[in-house]
Design a protein around this ligand. Structure first.
Ligand SMILES: Nc1ncnc2c1ncn2[C@@H]1O[C@H](COP(=O)(O)OP(=O)(O)O)[C@@H](O)[C@H]1O
Ligand SMILES: [Mg+2]
Length: 331
């Protein structure tokens, strides 16, 4: 019997967000003063896990941290937000990664020290978690260097254990957009890229072409479009949301919907878009795991993404389920 809704496997690193009108470093030992510096939960996957827990999904996280202050900070902060981190691995021989985000009003630059980010190996994944959770999500595919080759087998094991699966690759720093991804996608029930990632992975010029290509591999594709909201596409709904609803035993609250849907972002006063895509994922998976129709899952996802931009960092602005439902009711 599943005692967890969601198992997230991914990377662990804090973000140091430095904000101001001019955060461009000046070499030559120049000192500049900035408006604000915030140490906060980083890592796409960890931000997603916190967003899911905030919405009420019973969520566990698996990743590797070093035995150091950054690692302890991350594990404590995730636990405080209701994420079960008891299976995370603390490796004395590694140092926890860190991102420094230089954020000015219309742009940001990121410096990442990878540290332990890519260290998790397939044999370190506690297989009992696959029997305890209903759904497996993996984030930051292109950063998980040691795990990547074992992911198709891990997803296949998850399916055998009765789980549904999803993936958000995020950006590929190598620019290759490959790494055996097609094989992983063939084991995926939900794929959650943003538009640039979707086009790069599908090797298509336009979003409609990319959606068509990706939907030939994955039953449900939801693509994030920043301030434009998002789209969700399925060629065969019966294999997508219905599958998850059968697993959960949840009742659908509307007749099946098919095809392509677009949902708008909420008009919010944007403070910081860090992690908006991860909060979108959390909202989408909430709807998916509760057997919602695709269009409603997408609207919740967009609301969660937009509301997360209200505060600096990925997790501070993440909505409760009540807040997110209120936002989509008022649309
Ligand atoms: N400027 C914005 N205004 C309102 N909502 C936004 C804005 N940027 C992002 N969002 C919300 O967050 C979601 C995900 O953001 P996006 O930036 O597309 O993801 P990613 O971080 O993966 O690139 C969007 O679908 C949208 O709902
Ligand atoms: Mg993203």
């Amino acid at each position: 019997m599943a005692d967890l809704d969601l198992l997230v496997i991914g990377e662990i690193n804090p973000d140091l967000i430095v904000r101001g009108p001019d955060v461009c470093p000046a070499f030559g030992q120049e000192e500049k003063l900035v408006d604000e510096a915030t140490l906060t939960i980083g890592s796409s996957s960890a931000i997603l896990a916190c967003g899911a827990a905030r919405l009420g999904l019973r969520t566990a996280f698996l990743g590797v941290a070093g035995e150091d202050q950054f690692g302890r900070y991350m594990l404590d902060a995730m636990a405080r937000r209701g994420v079960d981190v008891s299976s995370c691995i603390v490796d004395r021989g590694l140092r926890t990664g860190m991102s420094v985000i230089l954020s000015q009003p219309h742009d940001r630059a990121i410096l990442t020290y990878p540290g332990a980010i890519g260290a998790l190996r397939p044999d370190q994944v506690d297989r009992s978690l696959l029997r305890r959770a209903r759904h497996l999500h993996v984030g930051s595919y292109y950063l998980l260097d040691a795990l990547r080759p074992g992911l198709p087998a891990l997803y296949a094991e998850a399916h055998e254990a009765g789980m549904t699966t999803s993936l958000d690759t995020n950006w590929d720093p190598s620019g290759q957009w490959n790494g055996g991804l097609a094989e992983v996608l063939s084991h995926c029930d939900v794929f959650l890229p943003n538009e640039a990632e979707a086009r790069a992975i599908a090797r298509c010029e336009t979003l409609p072409e990319a959606l068509e290509m990706l939907a030939s591999l994955v039953p449900v594709v939801a693509v994030k479009l920043g301030a434009e909201g998002g789209v969700a596409y399925t060629r065969n709904l019966a294999k997508g949301v219905a599958h998850s609803s059968a697993l959960s035993g949840a009742k659908r609250d509307a007749p099946p919907s098919q095809g392509l849907f677009h949902a708008l972002a909420l008009p919010v006063d944007v403070v910081d878009t860090t992690g908006a895509g991860d909060s979108f994922d959390a909202g989408f998976l909430y709807g998916y795991l509760n057997g919602w129709p695709l269009d409603r899952a997408l609207r919740l996802a967009c609301a969660c993404g937009s509301l997360s931009t209200r505060a600096p960092g990925g997790t501070t602005g993440q909505p409760t389920l009540e807040e997110a439902l209120l936002a989509i009711r008022n649309e």
